[in-house]
Design a protein around this ligand. Structure first.
Ligand SMILES: [Ca+2]
Ligand SMILES: [Ca+2]
Ligand SMILES: [Ca+2]
Ligand SMILES: [Ca+2]
Ligand SMILES: [Zn+2]
Length: 430
């Protein structure tokens, strides 16, 4: 009997560069070169609830267990028991989950110890890094702390059922947080196509599921991904490049479906929004995700204002899906349309209140000397503004009028950037 260490996850280093990932086939990895599985896929984990920052986080552990159970075509029945357990005893045949301080390195979010013998998993114990700040809220964009508990739990549980790291695509089993991001307008944190294919391969079952989903995260290059967010400003009549990712979460390949693109004044995308394009004849295999870019023409006739780009998967509704509610998605940040040229002297007259654009945010930060402090090059700030600031910070900065307000928006996050840079020279963003 030996213990195989399933490596921890490290913080994602996201950059603003844009690459398009080729449509790739299932690529899941096993923990070892051969499959390791539980002989009985009904596995019950203990959870040291008292080790969590708040007991209200325990339901996210349950949701993570359920995420694996709900995969069509896979036979898993993970559950949680309530009596105590020891996360450091890897030979007691009792899977145990706990959070602890001072156990894991700064850049490791969690670790799973899997004990196995002759291809059979006998025990799996999970530590989460209690030195980090965690959240039970799934509808926050996952960029750094607070770390999404359900996502990391789901990743570690993936190890506990025999899956290894798959770093070449957006997947829960990607070793780089936030792994694969959420799906659809309700920010579902669920196993993604490649994860599902891996689970089906280890624990095959006969049932089928049909489901495409809109990913709010996409691959930008080797080991980097980002939330889907277009340019911060654009003019009517101009073309905007738009990158989107569609997950095939189901058991069957899908062909000849369409994706429609919209401009909306809110983050709820539906067919009543302004349709500005459609991609047709798309296909994506089971276990795969499709990432494509399109150039979208912003109508000359659109009213000047702030909009969200968005898309709807299977816009022709030719596919009957198990879940029709995860197909529409808005960008993580807004785009000012027709707001970039200030013809008047007053500066912001044509700007809706409370919604300045990237040039204004960058100006404010430069005037306040904060760009320097953040290590952001003024020349590239406008182009990368939306990549530089977390959503909450962007919204806060957008309504800032003076330096002390702007400083308040950034407070805490500046320190984190500086200390991460100092520590390993990685140029981490927030
Ligand atoms: Ca154990
Ligand atoms: Ca769907
Ligand atoms: Ca709308
Ligand atoms: Ca449909
Ligand atoms: Zn891992």
């Amino acid at each position: 009997m030996r213990a195989a260490v399933a490596g921890g996850m490290v913080l994602l280093l996201a950059v603003g560069m844009l690459f398009i990932a080729p449509g790739s086939g299932p690529a899941y990895e096993y923990l070892e070169e051969f499959p390791l599985t539980w002989t009985d896929p009904s596995v019950s984990f203990g959870l040291v609830v008292s080790s969590l920052p708040e007991s209200s986080m325990a339901p996210r552990v349950d949701d993570a267990l359920a995420g694996w159970n709900e995969i069509g075509g896979a036979d898993l029945d993970l559950s949680r028991f309530t009596s105590s357990c020891d996360p450091d005893d890897h030979y007691d045949l009792t899977p145990c989950i706990a959070m602890g301080e001072g156990i894991l390195g700064d850049d490791v979010l969690g670790v799973t110890m899997v004990t196995w013998q002759q291809g059979e998993i006998l025990d799996a114990d999970i530590w989460l890094n209690g030195d980090l700040e965690w959240t039970d809220q799934n509808d926050l964009y996952m960029e750094a702390e607070p770390v999404n508990l359900q996502m990391v739990m789901m990743h570690e549980l993936g190890h506990s059922i025999g899956l290894g790291h798959e770093n070449d695509i957006v997947a829960v089993m990607n070793a780089y947080y936030p792994n694969g991001g959420q799906v659809g307008p309700d920010f579902d944190v669920i196993p993604l196509p490649d994860d599902r294919a891996g689970a089906r391969s280890l624990y095959p079952a006969g049932d089928q599921e049909t489901d495409l989903g809109a990913s709010n995260y996409y691959r930008t290059g080797p080991d980097t991904s980002d939330y889907f967010r277009p340019v911060g400003s654009a003019d009517p009549g101009s073309e905007v490049s738009f990158t989107y990712t569609v997950h095939n979460l189901g058991t069957t390949d899908q062909e000849d479906f369409s994706v429609a693109f919209y401009l909306s004044d809110d983050q709820a995308i539906d067919t009543s929004d302004r349709k500005i394009g459609e991609a047709t004849g798309l296909s994506v295999d089971s276990g795969s995700s499709l990432t494509r870019s399109v150039d979208l023409l912003i109508p000359e006739t659109i009213a000047i204002g702030t909009y969200y780009f968005g898309f709807i998967v299977d816009s022709g509704d030719t596919i009957e899906e198990n879940n029709e509610d995860n197909n529409a998605l808005a960008a993580a940040s807004s785009t000012g349309i027709g707001l970039s040229d200030d013809d008047d002297d007053t500066g912001d007259d044509d700007q809706p209140p409370g919604r300045p654009n990237c040039p204004q945010i960058c100006n404010l930060l430069e005037e306040c000397g904060l760009l320097d402090e953040l290590g952001i090059d003024p020349a590239s700030c406008e182009d990368s503004c939306l990549h530089e600031f977390q959503r909450a910070m962007y919204d806060c900065l957008a309504v800032s009028e003076d330096c002390s307000q702007a400083e308040d928006c950034l407070e805490g996050d500046i320190e984190r950037t500086v200390s991460e840079d100092d520590e390993d020279g990685c140029g981490c963003r927030l």
